[in-house]
Design a binder for this molecule. Structure first.
Ligand code: AHR
Length: 321
């Protein structure tokens, strides 16, 4: 009893609000109850992702128990345990980092509650611990970023110094975007990553880390940031250092949120690889399918594109997020 109360308050204390109804246990009126544990609110992408999930649950008539983990894995584990205690129908979550999930996923499996991974994957060897993974191919995103750079410098001589702002250490998009980029630029020995450090996917950290890069590295030709927010923070640092972003330092980012696309259309960013946060409608379809006893595809990939500065000008008025 005391344990249940503690779990309940731990979930409520996860911040960002639990927008569910106050009743615990499965929906009394046959509504599907979905427990969703979100990473946090670190970026414009994440804010758009949260909105997509909340709006889609409402539209689909699914009762959503939403918990914001504020970037902490332990909060996500507590939230998942609380969802199990509450006997929700389905659990979905976007894992902060890839490792350390087996025990809690096993608890969900033992309680017969299906788990859907959204946006980010886990490194569990036992893939029966989750029913489906909906999200982007982050390695492919890194490859697209690298390929643009390879094309830019094709036939040119001289070393190109690249600095890299990585996402959250241990998170799937940070690991995979780094790998896809590194593997692709390896085809041109002139392209060299001279500094690589995490900026935790936030604008503030992107700015701070870029300031240190600028102080320690006299010649920076290119910045590759694993998301728009870090790129936008870095732009502030570059401008404060008296340099012109997009011209003195070429910038490649990932996401294509409105602020990033605006900077791209203004010439401050040179290229953006899209990562769509609009996962809500597909997630609700999978939840319904699972609840009806169906078997969703194990891996559902998000459709994505890339944007040049010219394409950003055309796309910006239609951008949803
Ligand atoms: O997992 C998706 C990544 O997480 C987005 O690219 C980034 O902006 C977010 O914080």
């Amino acid at each position: 009893m005391v344990g249940a109360v503690l779990l309940g308050s731990a979930l409520a204390g996860c911040g960002g609000g639990d927008d569910s109804s106050s009743g615990s246990g499965s929906g009394s009126d046959d509504k599907i109850v979905l427990g969703f544990s979100q990473v946090g609110a670190e970026s414009g992408w994440r804010t758009a992702n949260t909105k997509s999930i909340q709006d889609s649950a409402k539209a689909a008539g699914i009762e959503l128990k939403f918990a914001d983990a504020q970037g902490k894995q332990e909060n996500q584990i507590s939230a998942i345990r609380s969802f199990i205690t509450q006997k929700v129908d389905v659990i979905a979550f976007s894992p902060v980092v890839t490792s350390g999930w087996d025990a809690v996923l096993k608890e969900a499996k033992d309680a017969n509650i299906p788990v859907i991974l959204t946006d980010r994957s886990v490194d569990s060897q036992d893939t029966s611990l989750y029913v489906s993974f909906l999200g982007s191919d982050f390695v492919e995103e890194g490859k697209k970023a690298g390929q643009w750079l390879v094309d830019q410098y094709k036939g040119k001589t001289g070393t190109v110094n690249i600095v890299e702002l990585q996402g959250t250490t241990g998170a799937a998009p940070a690991i995979d975007r780094q790998k896809g980029f590194a593997d692709t630029i390896a085809s041109d020995p002139n392209l060299k990553v001279v500094k690589s450090q995490t900026g935790d996917f936030t604008r503030a950290q992107g700015k701070t880390v870029m300031e240190t890069f600028l102080q320690s590295t006299p010649k920076i030709d290119v910045l590759y940031a694993h998301n728009d927010d870090m790129g936008l923070g870095a732009i502030e640092a570059i401008e404060a250092a008296g340099k012109k972003p997009g011209t003195d330092i070429k910038i490649i980012t990932v996401d294509a949120v409105k602020d990033g696309m605006t900077a791209l259309s203004e010439g401050k960013i040179n290229y953006i690889v899209e990562c769509s946060p609009l996962l809500g409608p597909q997630l609700m379809d999978i939840v319904k399918q699972v609840k009806d006893g169906g078997t969703p595809e194990k891996r559902i990939l998000t459709k994505e594109t890339t944007f040049t500065q010219e394409q950003a000008k055309t796309e910006l008025p239609n951008r949803q997020y």
